[in-house]
Design a binder for this molecule. Sequence first.
Ligand code: FAD
Length: 525
Amino acid sequence: MRTYQFDVVIIGSGAGGGTLAYALAPTGRRLLVIERGQAVPSEPENWSPEAVWRDLRYRATDRWRDDRGDEFVPYTHYGIGGNTRYWGSVLYRLRREDFGTLAHVDGVSPAWPIGYDDLAPYYERAERLYQVHGAVGDDPTEPPREAYPHPPIPHTTDMTRIIDELRRLGLHPSPLPLGLIDPGTPGGCQLCNTCNSFPCRIDRKSDADVCCVRPALQHETVTLWTGALAHRLHTSPDGTRVEAVEVERAGERLRIEAPLIVVACGAVNSAALLLRSASPHHRHGLGNSSGLVGRRYMAHLATMMQGFHPLRKNSSVFQKTVAINDYYLRGPHSPFPLGQIQAQGRTHGVMAQVVGQTMVPGIPRWAYEAWVARGVDWLAMSEDLPHVDNRVTIDDDGRIRLSYRPNNVAAHDRLVGEARRLLRRLGFWVVVAHSHRNKNTTHQCGTLVFGHDPATSVLDPFCRSHDVPNLFVVDASFFPSSAAVNPGLTIIAQALRVADHLTSAGVGTAAAGVTATTVPQGTLR
Ligand SMILES: Cc1cc2nc3c(=O)[nH]c(=O)nc-3n(C[C@H](O)[C@H](O)[C@H](O)COP(=O)(O)OP(=O)(O)OC[C@H]3O[C@@H](n4cnc5c(N)ncnc54)[C@H](O)[C@@H]3O)c2cc1C
């Protein structure tokens, strides 16, 4: 097997891995980013609802199994930038309360080993790096903070009318924080209706490829390998450190050695990689002395909702500019948190058809087009609670099995009920709701929880393995709780925090608790 050597290997180039590569690039260390997918080509299909929603052109092609062994297509993407290429770029900070224990209808959301104030400076940097647009003051759940780096995206006329009405109902609608590049300017983001779930053909959505991977590659010490799948991590004979990553690239198995190895494959694939890296010293998976690798998987409880009025055409193109956080910490008739309601990008006829035909077959496309032209789209999102039986495992044939039953369903049902009532009060005649339920892997997190105690967590508060000191995991895996806002900005902020920690401790040096590189770096041995 051919062997290469670098100072740092980062496996995965999404929100966590891409951001970490960006932050470590100026340190001059020889850094290799291993990415199983390819660059997303700039092509007309980027903005084609048929290509994205009917043909699943950019979706991962592997099939996972659920707890019953039934196959499903995970809602995830492989490629440079990971899932951020397809995200809606709603970039929220967690609320201060999310870092403490929080009682919910169905149980308790556990505390984080760090507080809001630990992450606040990194949130600020993350917002600058990903060019977040927003405004302070309207959101009742937002902790005191400095101004956003960019002003909020203006609401369309139709959304302004809805927001005025929401205020009259006593609610506090607030601008949705969005990472967009030069919106509304020539050459900037066009504020189009193909943002969430589509890759941006003109690279004006703030994603990990555009904001981080490409700038990182300007440094000659940074190398990116695409089409490179990490199969397993190999430890030293005594099991105390990771020595190498075994990678498959262009049909060849390669061994990549580095004193510092960072796993950033996304919450499901990172857990899978550690489980696949079992060895005599780590029988139940690498870094798994707690038994928690792969466990406590979470995903938000999310329901797409559409208010429909037969006589009102929705003239908005970019309508995803507002959120309602009034029920985030407690519901109107309940002392418990319910979650968030946020405006969504416009539903296209084909998207509605793909979902609708699974429920009522035979409805023609024009009917869906007429329907969505008169609809306003929303997302109701509630916190999922961790449970040890919600977990990633590896089947005997090597396939991923995701055993998952959502928690906190009662709170989510109440949130959907409140959203439905609100939409009816706004004058919509019909409200339709759809949820992917336990197959929605877009906000996956929590499979390698961070904490102070090695008995109850996999990673320490800087995302370093408790068991293997030169192994870090920098992606959505570390979340002890899922909160009820989108996870991306928190993944990015923590990646910047880990980068600072690695840099101040001396990346790839004995000071970081890892062995110094003594051979020419990035070389073939
Ligand atoms: C349609 C959609 C919309 C979303 N909208 C939002 C939003 O508006 N706001 C928000 O905050 N979040 C949003 N999310 C979620 C957000 O994209 C994820 O939370 C975030 O990207 C997770 O970051 P990550 O670093 O954990 O993983 P990812 O970004 O998924 O990156 C993981 C990377 O690792 C690579 N990889 C995996 N396994 C291997 C392997 N074995 N070897 C080599 N490479 C590997 C993958 O190809 C991928 O590039 C959305 C997600 C989707 C799918």
